[in-house]
Design a protein around this ligand. Structure first.
Ligand code: ATP
Ligand code: MG
Length: 568
């Protein structure tokens, strides 16, 4: 640990783990797990869980398992499993090989279910799903016992085996734990352990016609894997007594590891949805271009957009581990992204909305190669050459014919600095029939090569530019927030409406054709750059090709988070 890590106070989960280790529990072993259900791609909320589980596994010299909670064959696909493994690795986390699957334990779970039946702790219920729901009671009224609750053990075992063999149709019977229909905790009112599903599972094929519920599989799987600390989100707090009850039925010896469940608050971000069901809907209905659309809050989307893995880990660290639900500002994520990119991204010049400038006293055909610093934050990044010629592009917004007082850039009679090049002064303006400025005429001062005047004279503005003769064309995809409101899909008064699709930002993607300095011709898919004064961009990994460059805007330069902090 570094000095700063040592002085930072422990979050409440690390404190619990520290106390367990110090007390000699489990002989000091620490094993955690990340248990995604493979029914969608990972999102930024999952990054929090990864960061926490893998961070604890690492800090306490233990390890972390990757476990696919694949108990529902209907919603799960191999594509998701592959994508999840990819994303976890990209985020920089290494699970202990091999990865685990809840389905690896189907036989063991079944055998334990038989044990529960034999012990009089589980029974087959022939009621329909509706009947079971209706007899469960409410928060204030107890439930009613099923008429099948008293079934003899041998009959239960016979029925359960025949359910497994596929003798009965879906939904006709379930296996329920026999706990307490009057418990104030609804989860203990004879919860369902198995349901009949004639579905092909991505790993076990057609071997099973019954599948365990998440609640029955989860704690037992933790136990089988020797998980010491089972970290999950707050909604499972109310399930903990049930998980404990199930573990109690397994007669775990005193010297064996029994998983300890600890709950924490989900990571939430404003302007963002994290429900996999809703994210899937965005993909299926074509509101975005796939799970890895750069506007998606998925890990793969953020990666494609150019968010560095380090920035996502830093976000989790900054947001911290909390016991109560809260919503973090998305500006904090964008701030974390800029913090990393500022250190690592080479700078280039790109003009998004080009206006032609002709330097009237520049010799026709002459090219001056000027030195440009690649990254002022990193000397080792060196310099490159940028060609300067008689006609250049500048940003249309950097010129005004009749500038207001505060405007510091180019205007008739005004002198500005061209980045890395010369001082130029505007002498004339050319317009088309509609009166729109189509070209600006300037003179340059040969004494100012490199960007400084030997006589010490100052200019108010520095603008970026690209040589017309050397300019590369590129498509720039400018991404904005996917949703217009802080809390998409939440009914009023929570700002949004109850339909999250109506909160979609119709302008979340705009595309421009930009002019780039020629050294960008060597940019490779995934390369990260800063276009000076414009923002951070990366070369798109899917659609960019040599001669047909496509850049995604990762973040604009302006840091809303830093501003918020200054305001206090
Ligand atoms: P959904 O409810 O949308 O299906 P989920 O939370 O059930 O999502 P899982 O695949 O079960 O998705 O999640 C894997 C792990 O990631 C779980 O341990 C879960 O608690 C955790 N997780 C999911 N979302 C968040 C979040 N926003 N913040 C922190 N941890 C999360
Ligand atoms: Mg889940």
């Amino acid at each position: 640990m570094t000095a700063t890590e040592e002085t930072k106070s422990l979050d409440f989960i690390r404190q619990i783990v520290t106390d367990d280790v110090n007390s000699g529990k489990n002989d000091g072993a620490v094993v955690t797990r990340f248990p995604p259900e493979p029914n969608g791609y990972l999102h930024i909320g999952h990054a929090m869980s990864l960061w926490l589980n893998f961070g604890i596994g690492h800090d306490f010299k233990g390890h972390t398992n990757l476990r696919f909670d694949d108990t529902n064959p209907i919603k799960e696909e191999q594509e998701y499993i592959d994508a999840i493994k990819d994303d976890v690795r990209w985020l920089g986390f290494e699970w202990k090989e091999p990865e685990h699957y809840a389905s690896d334990n189907f036989q063991q779970l079944y055998d334990w279910a038989i044990k529960l039946i034999r012990d009089g702790k589980a029974y087959i219920d022939d009621q329909t799903a509706d009947e079971i729901r209706e007899t469960r009671g409410t928060l204030t009224a107890p439930g009613t016992e099923s008429p099948f609750r008293g079934r003899p053990v041998e009959e239960n075992i016979d029925l359960f085996e025949r359910m497994k063999q596929g003798e009965f149709p879906d939904g006709s019977r379930v296996l329920r734990a026999k706990i307490d229909m009057t418990s104030p905790n609804m989860n203990l009112r004879d919860p369902v352990m198995y349901r009949i599903l004639h579905a092909t599972h991505h790993r076990t094929g057609d071997a099973w016609c019954v599948y365990p519920t998440y609640d029955w599989a989860h704690g037992q799987t933790d136990y089988i894997e020797g998980i010491t600390h089972s970290i999950c989100t707050l909604e499972f707090e109310i399930h903990r007594p049930l998980y404990d009850w199930y573990l109690d039925q397994l007669d775990i010896a005193a010297d064996q590891i029994r998983p300890r469940q600890i709950e924490f608050a989900r990571l939430n971000l404003n302007y963002t949805i994290m429900s996999k069901r809703k994210l899937l809907q965005l993909v299926k209905d074509g509101h975005v271009d796939g799970w890895d659309d750069p506007r998606m809050p998925t890990i793969s989307g953020m990666r494609r957009r150019g968010y560095p893995a380090e920035a996502l880990r830093n976000l989790c660290d900054k947001a911290g581990v909390a016991k109560r639900e809260r919503v973090n500002d998305i500006a904090l994520l964008e701030h974390s992204v800029r913090e990393v990119l500022n250190k690592t991204s080479p700078r280039f010049m790109a003009v998004l909305d080009p206006l032609k400038v002709t330097i009237s006293n520049w010799p026709e055909g002459e090219v001056d190669q000027l030195d440009a610093v690649n990254n002022p934050e990193d000397d080792s990044a060196g310099t490159r050459q940028v060609p300067f010629t008689k006609t250049i592009y500048i940003e249309r917004s950097d010129f005004m014919e009749e500038p207001p007082g505060k405007f510091r850039r180019l205007a008739p009679g005004r002198e500005v600095r061209l980045r890395w090049a010369y001082f130029i002064t505007c002498t004339d303006v050319l317009k088309d029939d509609q009166g729109e400025v189509v070209e600006v005429l300037c003179t340059y001062d040969p004494e100012t090569r490199g960007g400084d005047a030997p006589d010490g004279r100052k200019v108010k503005g520095t603008i970026h530019w690209v040589s017309v003769d050397h300019a590369l064309e590129a498509e720039l995809r400018l991404y904005d927030r996917l949703f217009l409101v802080e809390n998409p899909g939440k009914p009023p008064p929570d700002a949004g409406t109850d339909d999250f699709l109506s909160n979609l930002n119709p302008d979340s993607l705009t595309t421009v054709k930009a002019k780039l300095e020629p050294s960008l011709g060597e940019a490779k898919p995934g390369d990260q750059v800063q276009f000076e004064r414009v923002g951070y961009f990366c070369v798109d990994t899917k659609d960019s090709a040599p001669g047909q460059l496509v850049f995604n805007r990762t973040v604009p330069l302006r840091d809303a988070w830093a501003k918020l902090q200054k305001k206090g």
